[in-house]
Design a protein around this ligand. Structure first.
Ligand code: NAD
Length: 480
């Protein structure tokens, strides 16, 4: 049995209350480990450690701080295989995906912010013959980072790396559903020479230690990625404390496919955008809008690819589709599939749980699922399902495509598939999403702003946006 510990003050420590949660492997449905069910007492230890470590970390020369972050990236790379395996077991994602995407990108996050550390600069505003203003961007102090289960180490490091780069001490909580790689990160940081207390990793539930991190008076900023409802609860809880808050929340992302697209490439990319990581990426496309003249041809090609995609044991090298992360999440997705049928949806493929043999006979597998015939206002087109379920609709003009895409409470990411340049410019200006990909999906440049509009979040991560979030701004005005 794999029993995890918290990482506090540079040591692995059991939770003070000695309470644990089960860690379940989604591919088998079996409990394979225990996770600390930490509470406020563990948090207090982490806050004391962070307070102690803060002055030295804040005043460490930037180059030295950058070297440590770079060494963490190298440490992740050295443990690529072990981390990819752990991610696959914890999350149910194909081990090949973890090896190619999750773990290398986690290393890239640390490398990127190792550089950002020494490249980040602030502004100066001169008032001719009167005064000069310069802006200081100083570390905030102790900050909290809370992340979800879908891209565990990738998103955990996406928050921690900039927070550390900006000179903060961090108290971080991974999802209780996928805690393993976060637990392994503690040792990697220690080996890389990160001073003790600078990063503290606590495990446990959202309503327990997660909520305690958000409301702790000595934690001055919260960076949260997760569901929209959770984000709203956190915002409500901490509003009276006026702490900095970054929210990366849910999505219901439209893909707009035009008749002039590169057909084969678009089918391939939209398929990937729909079903990668079992559809459990906040950026996955879930509402596919296809120009009327291309609708049948595109539908036939997409459905054929979905039919050919079979869930497999995620530990098998050839697996392209793994397990859904938990029984509760599988049930939620299956409920939406039933709802789609009640709402008048026509099932084109999938729609049912898949039973595998042997090791995976009790795992949480679901066939890639495609519906058509639902109205844009149907719940299945408006609520986030966060699984391998997509819907197809047709449109007959650019205006209609835009209006269908924007008819959503969410505003995270959109994709456009066309070769018409002026259409591209017009649509990208008018789409209400924080990210627009044109003829590509999930192509990431870590310098770019990342985040969503409307119920998809508040603020942006990435590049200087993250460095600004994790620093306090102070303007200094010097009169001549
Ligand atoms: P979740 O909101 O249930 O949990 C996310 C994290 O918050 C977990 O660590 C959880 O323990 C913690 N948490 C839960 N309640 C809390 C509370 N009251 N106070 C503090 N922490 C609390 O989300 P999830 O199910 O883990 O993740 C799936 C969701 O995340 C989806 O909605 C998905 O779209 C979203 N997501 C968004 C992005 C993005 O960048 N916008 C990226 C990945 C996932």
């Amino acid at each position: 049995m794999d029993i995890l510990k918290n990482y506090i003050d540079g040591c692995y420590q059991a939770p003070i209350n000695n309470r644990y949660l089960n860690n379940i492997e989604p591919a088998t449905g079996e409990v394979y480990g225990k996770i600390p069910d930490s509470d406020i007492d563990d948090l207090e230890l982490a806050v004391i450690a962070a307070e102690k470590a803060l002055p030295a970390w804040q005043s460490m020369p930037l180059e030295q701080r950058a070297d440590i972050l770079y060494a963490i990236a190298k440490g992740i790379e050295c443990q690529l295989e072990a981390l990819a395996l752990a991610e696959s077991i914890d999350n149910g994602k194909p081990v090949s995906l973890a090896r190619i995407v999750d773990i290398p990108r986690a290393a890239s996050n640390f490398k990127f912010f190792a550089h950002a550390c020494s490249q980040f600069s602030s502004e100066s505003h001169s008032m001719t013959n009167t005064a000069t203003n310069y802006t200081l961007r100083q570390s905030i102090g102790i900050v909290g980072c809370i992340s979800p289960w879908n891209l565990p180490l990738y998103l955990f490091s996406w928050k921690i790396a900039p927070a550390l780069a900006a000179g903060n001490c961090v108290i971080a909580k991974p999802s209780e559903i996928t805690p393993k790689t976060a637990a392994m990160l503690g040792q990697i940081c220690q080996d890389a020479g990160l001073p003790k207390g600078v990063l503290n990793i606590l495990h446990g539930t959202g309503s327990g230690v997660g909520s305690a991190i958000c409301t702790h008076k000595k934690i001055k900023a919260i960076s949260f990625t997760g569901g929209t409802k959770t984000g709203a609860a956190i915002a409500t809880q901490i509003a009276p404390q006026f702490k900095k808050l970054s929210l990366e929340l849910g999505g219901k992302n439209p893909a707009l496919v035009f008749a002039d697209c590169d057909f084969d490439d678009t089918v391939e990319q939209v398929f990937k955008a729909s079903f990668a990581n079992q559809g459990q990426i906040c950026l996955c496309a879930s509402r596919i809008y296809i120009e009327q003249s291309l609708y049948e041809k595109f539908k036939v090609a997409l459905v054929a690819k979905a039919k050919a995609l079979k869930p497999q044991d995620p530990l098998e090298k050839s697996a392209k589709m793994g397990a859904i992360v938990s029984k509760a999440h599988l049930d939620k997705i299956l409920n939406y599939i039933e709802l789609a049928k009640e709402e008048g949806g026509i099932l084109l493929t999938g729609g049912q749980q898949v039973t595998l043999s042997e090791r995976c006979r009790n795992g949480y597998f679901l066939a890639p699922t495609i519906f058509e015939g639902l109205t844009n206002q149907a719940k299945c087109n408006q609520e986030e399902i966060f699984g391998p379920v997509i819907t197809l609709q047709s449109f007959s003009s650019d205006e209609e495509a835009l209006s269908l895409a924007n008819e959503s409470e969410y505003g995270l990411a959109a994709t456009i598939w066309t070769n018409n340049l002026s259409r591209t410019h017009l649509l990208t200006e008018q789409l209400n999403t924080g990210i627009v990909w044109v003829n590509c999906w999930l192509l990431r440049d870590l310098r770019t702003p990342f985040g969503g509009m409307k119920h998809s979040g508040l603020g942006r991560e990435g590049g200087n946006e993250a460095m600004r979030f994790f620093t306090e701004t102070k303007n200094v005005c010097i009169k001549y």
